[in-house]
Write a protein that binds this ligand. Structure first.
Ligand code: MN
Length: 245
């Protein structure tokens, strides 16, 4: 699709790349990916960094828009969860489960807590998502294993660094349930069934899906796959680098 617009002032993924030393972390390098034909993807990663939080990521314009949600999502529509917007992540990050070395940016254990597809609540495709993201009122339907039904991200304000603070709130719909404490009841990886402790103790690398034990409850991500670089993106990468600092 030719006329893909990106609203951001900086080059895509520049901040993501700047924060990481890819010789030290097994996190994926960034690439801009075309939209999935099966719908826009989302992922939520439980991340035991210096503080535990949940990283909620929504695919838009070839990257994953990302928020760090300290307490994670709640199915209680009366509960508003703080969601701090962080740098866009590459779509390959959706398969990342493992450990980021201590001392590196975000050092700690990462679990794939949920994944699936999402869409704008009122229809209208990516253009509607772009517009509501820009407006700071992003109403979506999530089709995950743990995240289902309507949710809204509402932008509140920006901090001194220009970083936006949002609230993540469950819509009142058939999935809403004030008595369902999803973050305490769901403690395993959606991809491998592992707990945080199991991921921390057994993973040294990230792309270990083909080595998971039998009987994992869910389809694991594809085994170690070389992610092809898109040659057409080389110039963009060079431009990103030059703006990186
Ligand atoms: Mn994180």
């Amino acid at each position: 699709m030719a006329a893909r617009k990106r609203g951001s002032k900086t080059k895509p993924l520049a901040e993501y790349e700047r924060k990481r030393d890819f010789n030290k972390t097994a996190e994926p390098r960034g690439d801009i990916k075309p939209r999935s034909t099966r719908g826009l993807r989302f992922v939520i990663q439980k991340h035991a960094a210096s503080r535990l939080h949940y990283d909620v990521r929504l695919e838009l314009d070839g990257v994953m828009k990302s928020w760090a949600v300290p307490k994670g999502p709640s199915y209680d529509p009366a509960v508003r969860r703080l969601a701090m917007e962080v740098e866009d992540h590459p779509i390959e990050y959706n398969r990342f489960e493992g450990t980021i070395p201590e001392g590196e940016y975000g050092g700690g254990t990462v679990m794939l807590w949920d994944r699936g597809t999402y869409e704008p609540e009122g229809g209208g495709g990516e253009e509607a998502l772009r517009e509501s993201y820009r407006r700071g009122d992003l109403k979506i339907l999530m089709h995950g294993k743990r995240m289902q039904g309507g949710w809204v991200f509402v932008r509140m304000r920006r901090d001194d660094g220009g970083r936006a603070q949002w609230l993540l709130i469950k819509h009142r719909d058939g999935f809403a349930d004030p008595d369902f404490d999803v973050t305490s009841e769901v403690n395993t990886s959606v991809a491998t069934g592992r707990t945080m402790e199991e991921i921390a103790s057994r993973s040294r690398r990230v792309w270990r899906s083909s080595r998971e034990p039998a009987g994992t409850p869910d389809r694991t991500p594809p085994a170690r796959r070389k992610v092809p670089r898109a040659p057409a993106r080389k110039p963009a990468t060079a431009r990103r680098r030059s703006k990186a600092r």
